[in-house]
Design a binder for this molecule. Structure first.
Ligand SMILES: CCC/C=C/C(=O)SCCNC(=O)CCNC(=O)[C@H](O)C(C)(C)COP(=O)([O-])OP(=O)([O-])OC[C@H]1O[C@@H](n2cnc3c(N)ncnc32)[C@H](O)[C@@H]1OP(=O)([O-])[O-]
Length: 398
């Protein structure tokens, strides 16, 4: 999609660009209610976000404009069910693709994402209370793969590649590290991780293995190892309460690092899967230490060696998840609670967290180093190569 969208490039406010953003049928929104907050966004807030869009001075780029268009359509009309435009109808085809790529995400989730995205664009231009967290240090970093916002003393880092089930690309690892560094420094009390769309995260993006640098597979494995070490370190050293709002299935590295969070809230729809041996790989995210510690060797081995996928309730029984919520009330219950927690004295919270973690820090860094060393070897193995190839030949799905 990116390649086609680039061909649409036009200056902000040009006729062609306007046709992308304004194309949306604005009137007659089909909401069930006009007042009740759904996932924290009211119809009024959605309308305000729509109004703010026209005040943007800078062109956010075609990728973002398509995303805005798609979220608007999804928020107001639901999933895309219209016929696919013909191959030669380029503009309508990329718009249709963008809308279709949102799959079946609910209208309230789309409305939330729409407001988050518009809010972060407005904030990046310096005009909103919904501040982009990355701006705190004076540099107006915007993220390509994340939505990062700070509101009600909570910095939220939302993985934002719903069409790829939030699989983590190399760029995304780097952005998450940067977002965590920024959240550690900003004024927020809590930092929350969550995913856009119906998945929390499908783990490491397997296309990372197909980008072989000049030094070949060995260089790719070494660079990947360094990035992973830095990534996991960012969680180990994170100084404030870190909370996962697991909005759907979670796979691989997104599950293992949960052992480094302070609270994990999950919808009943979530599952937890670490299919390392199936992929010819080995445990990471400090899970070879945190999982046996929290659930005992036998249960941890079932997950880390034998790929057992846990339901949210099972993960809660084993101590990986703090609490499970019905899917229908997940967002409202969790956010109500988090907003109340964010009013607690911030220094007391941070210091207590650091006390709990401090005994473990050195050990966790050592575990991270050892796991990365094993993985670098694994990534050069035939077992791993064959598993990744099977995925791309569509032979294998978890
Ligand atoms: C770094 C440390 C070591 C490793 C740690 C790990 O995390 S190990 C764990 C590593 N993780 C895995 O092995 C998970 C591999 N993924 C799967 O097995 C399945 O996609 C699924 C079960 C997650 C979802 O099945 P579903 O039928 O509900 O949805 P769908 O399949 O239609 O997906 C929609 C689109 O997303 C794409 N996509 C999704 N995930 C990935 C990914 N990780 N990568 C790349 N792409 C991914 C998928 O190709 C498709 O793209 P398309 O065709 O539209 O261009």
């Amino acid at each position: 999609m990116a390649a086609v969208a680039l061909k649409l490039s036009a200056p902000w406010r040009s006729v062609r660009l306007r046709s992308l953003v304004r194309f949306s049928p604005v009137p007659s929104l089909k909401f069930h209610t006009t007042a009740s907050p759904m996932m924290g966004v009211t119809v009024e807030q959605f309308e305000q976000a729509k109004g703010k869009l026209s005040t943007l001075k800078n062109d956010p780029g075609n990728e973002v404009k398509l995303k805005i268009y798609a979220l608007f359509k999804q928020a107001t009309q639901g999933p895309c069910n219209t016929p696919k435009p013909g191959m030669l109808d380029f503009v309508n085809k990329v718009k249709w693709d963008a809308w279709k790529s949102l799959g079946s995400i609910p209208q309230d989730e789309a409305r939330q994402q729409y407001c988050d995205l518009v809010g972060s664009l407005v904030a990046a231009e310096g005009g909103s209370s919904a501040q982009v967290a990355a701006e705190a240090a004076g540099s107006s970093t915007t993220y390509q793969t994340l939505l990062v916002t700070t509101e009600d003393d909570i910095t939220t880092i939302k993985l934002n590649r719903p069409a790829k089930k939030n699989a983590i690309t190399t760029e995304m690892y780097n952005e998450i590290i940067a977002a965590l560094e920024q959240a550690a420094k900003d004024d927020s009390v809590l930092t929350v991780f969550t995913g856009a769309g119906d998945f929390y995260c499908s783990g490491n993006d397997l296309t990372n293995f197909t980008k072989i640098p000049e030094g070949g597979v060995e260089a790719m494995a070494k660079q990947g190892g360094e990035l992973l070490r830095k990534y996991v370190k960012a969680y180990i050293d994170f100084p404030k309460p870190l909370i996962a709002v697991v909005n759907g299935p979670a796979v691989g590295v997104s599950v293992t690092v949960l052992g480094l969070f302070d609270l994990v809230y999950a919808t009943e729809r979530a599952t937890f899967h670490t299919p390392f041996s199936q992929l010819g790989q080995s445990a990471e995210g400090c899970s070879s230490y945190t999982f046996p510690k929290m659930m005992g060797n036998a249960k941890a081995s079932e997950m880390l060696l034998f790929n057992k996928k846990l339901t949210a309730v099972q993960a809660c029984e084993l101590g990986l998840v703090t609490e499970v919520f019905p899917d229908s009330s997940f967002q409202s219950e969790v956010w109500t609670r988090l907003k109340a927690y964010a009013k607690l004295p911030p220094n007391s919270l941070a210091l207590s967290k650091q006390l709990i973690r401090s005994m473990e820090k050195e050990r966790l860094h050592a575990v991270n180093d050892a796991e990365v060393e094993r993985l670098v070897e694994r990534w050069m193995s035939d077992e791993c190569f064959n598993a990744v190839m099977s995925f791309f030949q569509a032979k294998a799905k978890l």
